[in-house]
Design a binder for this molecule. Structure first.
Ligand code: GMT
Length: 366
């Protein structure tokens, strides 16, 4: 198949999933065209069957906001025509589905179906906001196919928008060959890791509070990977709690498969998470996730078996779990082993990518 993929190319789970999906599809012999405003962060455009087409939204003094959706729709239609694309697959509904719908009409009578993958905040925060509600509902209804990354998100979409159309659940995935546990224990003290875009929904400063509570019993350190609006608050908090020497802010990291195996526990104290891709990536590396019982996370982590889930904001509860894991090498090994097993058995690319292929085929045949 010849597939056009659009996503947010910067940091964020939806862009990561779109990029990894595109590269996996290309490796399986499909021709994949990324149509985005910059090179997606994890994309290697030199790979066979991978193409990158930049979208440029020209500015003009009359425009308070350059009309990116129009530039994207023009580029999608152009690439679909030049490359004879079979379908478009857009990740994150707002505003990518609107551009795809427009492009579809521009290339008519040639058929150009499009699939929208819902990732979470496009439904729970952005799409549900009054200013985007009607258009998001319309785009979901008009997409030729809609997938959601968890059962939770499918139900939430039906609930928020009162949508009747079928939505296929195809979960996030991980490349189990690339994401592997380390066979030699890392040096130094026990290490906690947090990876995110440091947005308020991630409750990033909670990680610092959790470390402070953990340190009453275990001499552990915390690595904070990523960047975003709450980084300053987290740094300030570490300073106020007198634990700055034990927290390392690593900034944005493009190879988290190299970082994860050097750590013991992943902290994901989010207020909401439709899936929690980073928890899955940690599990594939045998790193124990200690996360919150929200959204789609219970579909990924089974508490007490391959990680732990506590209530958002329950610092003491999450800290207690960390201490439990770090204090018993037997428990840590059991959870780490089970976490890897879950990733392998349920979420490997080898299982999930064929689901996308079959879904595309069904859309093309319908
Ligand atoms: O919250 C983020 O990290 C970014 C956001 C996005 O859309 O880029 O992530 C959402 O999509 C990820 C990939 O499908 C999911 O793993 C995240 O759970 C989801 N984030 C939320 O629902 C808050």
């Amino acid at each position: 198949m010849k597939i056009g993929i659009t996503c947010y190319p910067t940091y964020g789970g939806s862009g990561v999933v779109a990029t990894e999906l595109g590269m996996e599809l290309a490796a399986r012999g499909h021709e994949v065209h990324f149509i985005t405003y910059s090179n997606p962060i994890r994309l290697d455009p030199s790979l066979p069957n991978v193409h990158y087409h930049e979208v440029e939204a020209a500015s003009y003094p009359l425009f308070q906001y350059p009309p990116y959706v129009l530039a994207l729709a023009s580029r999608m239609a152009e690439i679909a025509d030049w490359q004879q694309l079979d379908l478009l697959h857009v990740h994150y509904a707002v505003p990518h589905s609107a551009a795809a719908l427009l492009a579809q009409q521009m290339v008519a009578p040639r058929r150009l179906p499009f699939v929208t993958t819902l990732h979470g905040t496009d439904i729970t925060i952005v799409g549900a906001d009054r200013s985007y509600f009607a258009v998001t509902k319309f785009m979901i209804e008009r997409s030729d196919g809609v997938t959601a990354i968890s059962e939770y998100l499918r139900e939430e979409t039906n609930k928020v928008f009162g949508i009747q159309r079928p939505i296929e659940v195809i979960t996030n995935f991980v490349n189990c060959s690339q994401y592997q546990p380390s066979f030699t224990p890392h040096e130094g003290r026990p290490r906690l890791l947090h990876i995110s875009n440091f947005r308020p929904v991630k409750r990033t400063p909670d990680c610092v509070r959790i470390l402070a509570a953990v340190r009453r019993e275990v001499d552990a350190e915390l690595w904070m990977a990523g960047d975003g609006p709450d980084r300053g608050a987290a740094e300030q908090l570490a300073h106020e709690l007198g634990i700055s020497a034990h927290v390392r802010f690593l900034g944005k990291q493009s190879h988290i498969e190299l970082l994860l195996p050097q750590t013991d526990v992943l902290l994901l104290p989010s207020q909401l998470e439709s899936f929690g891709l980073v928890a899955l990536e940690a599990m594939a590396c045998g790193v124990v996730p200690i996360a919150t019982r929200v959204g789609g996370l219970p579909e990924v982590v089974t508490p007490g078996v391959d990680g732990f889930l506590e209530q958002p904001g329950d610092i003491e509860g999450q800290a207690r779990r960390v201490v439990e894991v770090l204090s018993s090498s037997v428990l840590r090994a059991r959870l780490a082993h089970a976490a890897r097993h879950t990733a392998e058995q349920r979420f490997c690319t080898t299982r999930i990518i064929p689901l996308y292929e079959r879904y595309y085929e069904a859309i093309l045949a319908s």
